[in-house]
Each structure stands twice: as C-alpha cells, then as structure tokens.
Write a protein that binds this ligand. Structure first.
Ligand SMILES: Cc1cc2nc3c(=O)[nH]c(=O)nc-3n(C[C@H](O)[C@H](O)[C@H](O)COP(=O)(O)OP(=O)(O)OC[C@H]3O[C@@H](n4cnc5c(N)ncnc54)[C@H](O)[C@@H]3O)c2cc1C
Length: 387
C-alpha cells in the first residue's frame, strides 16, 4: 500500500477481517496481489464463535427459518467439503488448530424428537451426508457422558471442532508473513465508485482519510449491508447477538460435538480440557456502538441445559462468558461479484460461517483471480438481492 498525503492506495481492499476476509486476503496475497485488509475491531463472529465444525442441518436453523430450508439443503454439500478444507488449510499453514473430526451428535429426549431426527437423517443421506441414528445402547457405548434423559441421537460422522483462538492467531501470523497490509481498528464509513480519473473505489474513513483501491471486497459480516447501502446496493445483513460460555479444564470426557434436536445447545471439549457451551442463546446489543453484551437469563438457561445433557460437567465452574455478533442473511453465502458494480465483490458466508469461512474464501479468491471458481456458484450470487 502506498500513501500520498492522506490518501492510501491498494490494488485490492477488503473490508472485514473476520475468518472470511482474512483468509481471502491471504489467498489473494499468495497469488501476488497487493491487499489491504481493513477491520474496525468490533466483535463479530470470528473472534467470538464456539469452534463447532457443523455439517448436518441444525435444528435451530430449521426451526427459526423454515422458509430458508430449501436453500440450506442446496448448500449442504459445501459443509463436509468445508471441514476437509479446514484440515488441508491447517496442514498448509503448518499450524495447530486443535481440529478434531470425531463426529457430531444431535440428541433426542422424546420419541417425537427421535422421529424428527430420523426424517432429517433420511433427507441428509439423500443429499450425500454420512449420518446414522443411534439408540441409547449405542450412546452408552459411544457417549457415556450423556444424561439419562437422552433416548437416542443422530450422528454425523463428518462433524468436528476446532479452537478459533488458535486458528485466528495462526491466520494473522500467516497474513503478516505474506505482507498483507492490516489496517486494524479502522472503520470504513462509506464507499464511492470512482469516475474516469481513477477507476475503482474510494473508501472513506474517520478524520477524512481515504483509500483508493482497484477492487473492493465487502467481507464485513453484519456490517456489510450498511456499507453496500453507501453504494446504493441492497444486501439485507442482520446482526444476531449470541451468548457463549467456557468452563475450567477437566479430564477428557466429551469427544463429540453435541447438539439437541429441539433445544439450543452446542457442547464440546477442547484439548485444553475446557468445555465450551453455546448454541445460539440471545445476547443484547448495547450502547452507541451496539456492543454485544451477555444476558443473565441466557447464561442460566444455556448452562442449565448443558448440565441436563451432560450431568458429569456439574462440578466445573464457568470461568468466562461472552457475546458475539452472528451475521444472518438468508442462510446461504453471498459470494462473488456484484452484478451492478464492476470490481466489487461480496464475501459473506452462509449459516455456521466459521465452518464455511476458509472454503468460501477460496471460492471468492478463485472468482477474483480466474473469473470463475470452476463450479456453479450462482446460488450464492448477490444478484438475488438486486430486486
Ligand atoms: C457466539 C457465536 C458462536 C458461533 N459459533 C459458531 C460455530 O461454532 N461454528 C460456526 O461455523 N459458526 C459459528 N458462528 C458463526 C460464525 O462465527 C460467523 O458466521 C463467522 O465468523 C462470520 O465470519 P465473517 O468473516 O463473515 O464475519 P465476522 O467474523 O463477523 O467479521 C466481520 C468483521 O468486519 C468488521 N467490520 C464490520 N463493519 C466494518 C466497517 N464498516 N469497517 C471496518 N470493519 C468492519 C468487524 O469488526 C468484524 O471483525 C458463531 C457466531 C457467534 C456470534
């Protein structure tokens, strides 16, 4: 990046340094592009997420957004690919993400819930996922940590977990090795498409500073819609503040990612021994900067449900709770070039966006570098919001 007066210049500017924007910056820099990554430092999803590698359809999503289930089904094959991609990415970086693919359980406590899981598993098998239904005898053998209320479960063999703190650190080091310019703690206020004198875009920052870039990527999570609006474009991103907890460490006991057929929970154990408890309980957005803030009722309900599912965690103390901002659009990724503004790209992952982040970054990078990603990505095109 070069600077003339108060104007910076860069070949490519990416707004949003979450998982998608960061990994995309790395792939573009590896291909020899000059990249500036701009991040305001607000809490999004990538710095706050639970580290679940999701593959099976999440019952929470199906319950909250039934109208988006058909789109989610079309997107489903991306998830096992995304988990494999995380593994390759870990190897390429020579990093340790604490990544384990031990399978994910979605548990049932009633015959109705188990019936729901059987129907879901049938559909997912048709769509190519590796899933099975387990009864209580199977669970006693595979997951003895589950409480007596659990009568069965669906297991998705490709699901897993990783430690986002380790991933984010390793990715940041990789970007620095690649020479990506990091503008951290800097908020892009508005965007402007340049006229004939200088092609590309001008990004406006507080204090009148500007950056000219030939290509621009919007990877700002829940902030993407507001930035697109400054160019007169529509992208309906919504901020969804969510709650998380982590316990003190204990001996290894929970190997799987655990979810519920009907209630909001994700439960897993890192190799540090700590149990991570999440699952989409609400947080608040407070203050002038809409900072994600924990709610006592979410803390109580989330940890009570965790105890019910895995009673043996009862002696453990919760050592930290926090909140982050998930981005919700229509469940599917918004990936690729704007149909209205040449040189502008979107990079917003679909539901469970940390899982999808690196693979989505690869797809957007290929579109930017080669004109297409070598596969049909029309379903993720921002064109669907043009009307
Ligand atoms: C509590 C919680 C738990 C989750 N758990 C999981 C999980 O276990 N597994 C999973 O797959 N997914 C999970 N998710 C979802 C996942 O974290 C997100 O989908 C994913 O991280 C989104 O990545 P991103 O790069 O698109 O955006 P984000 O990580 O949200 O990053 C966007 C960035 O853009 C920056 N930004 C925004 N506006 C501007 C601006 N105007 N100028 C400059 N910078 C700007 C923000 O500061 C932010 O850093 C969870 C989300 C939350 C909140």
């Amino acid at each position: 990046m070069t600077r003339t007066g108060e104007v910076w210049r860069s070949e490519i500017a990416i707004v949003g340094g979450g998982i998608l924007g960061s990994v995309l910056a790395g792939f573009l820099a590896e291909a020899g592009r000059q990249v500036t990554l701009i991040d305001s430092g607000e809490t999004g999803g990538s710095t706050a997420n639970a580290g679940s590698l999701h593959v099976q359809m999440q019952s929470r999503f199906m319950r909250l957004y039934p109208e988006h289930v058909p789109g989610m089904e079309r997107q489903l094959p991306l998830y096992p690919r995304a988990v494999r991609f995380w593994r390759e990415f870990e190897r390429e970086l020579g990093a340790d993400f604490d990544l384990k693919v031990n399978g994910g359980l979605m548990v049932a406590e009633s015959p109705d819930q188990l019936e729901f899981l059987k129907r879901k598993a049938d559909r997912e098998r048709e769509l190519g996922l590796s899933v099975d239904i387990l009864d209580r005898t199977d669970l006693d053998r595979l997951a003895p940590y589950l409480g007596p209320a659990v009568i069965g479960a669906e297991i998705c063999h490709d699901e897993g977990k990783l430690n986002p703190l380790k991933c984010n650190r390793a990715i940041r080091d990789w970007l620095q090795r690649l020479g990506v310019t990091l503008l951290e703690g800097v908020r892009a206020l508005s965007l402007e498409q340049n006229g004939a004198a200088y092609s590309g875009f001008t990004l406006h920052f507080p204090d009148g500073e500007r950056l000219h870039a030939e290509k621009l990527v919007l990877a700002a999570g829940a902030g993407t819609g507001a930035l697109a609006a400054t160019l007169g474009l529509n992208l309906p991103t919504r901020a969804e503040p969510l709650h998380m907890n982590i316990t003190e460490a204990t001996a290894p006991m929970i190997g799987h990612l655990v979810q519920h057929a009907d209630r909001m929970i994700t439960l897993k154990q890192f190799s540090t021994g700590q149990i991570v408890i999440g699952g989409g309980w609400p947080a608040d957005l407070r203050g002038p900067r809409a900072h994600p803030t924990v709610r006592l009722d979410s803390l109580t309900a989330n940890t009570t449900l965790a105890l019910h599912i895995a009673p043996s965690i009862a002696p453990l103390r919760v050592i930290r709770t926090w909140a982050g901002v998930n981005t919700s659009v229509d469940g599917k990724g918004v990936l690729g070039p704007s149909s209205r503004v040449p040189g502008l790209y979107y990079a917003v992952p679909g539901d469970a966006g940390y899982t999808l982040g690196p693979l989505s970054a690869r797809l957007v990078a290929d579109m930017m570098l080669n004109g297409d990603a070598g596969e049909d990505l029309d379903d993720y095109s921002p064109r669907r919001f043009t009307a």
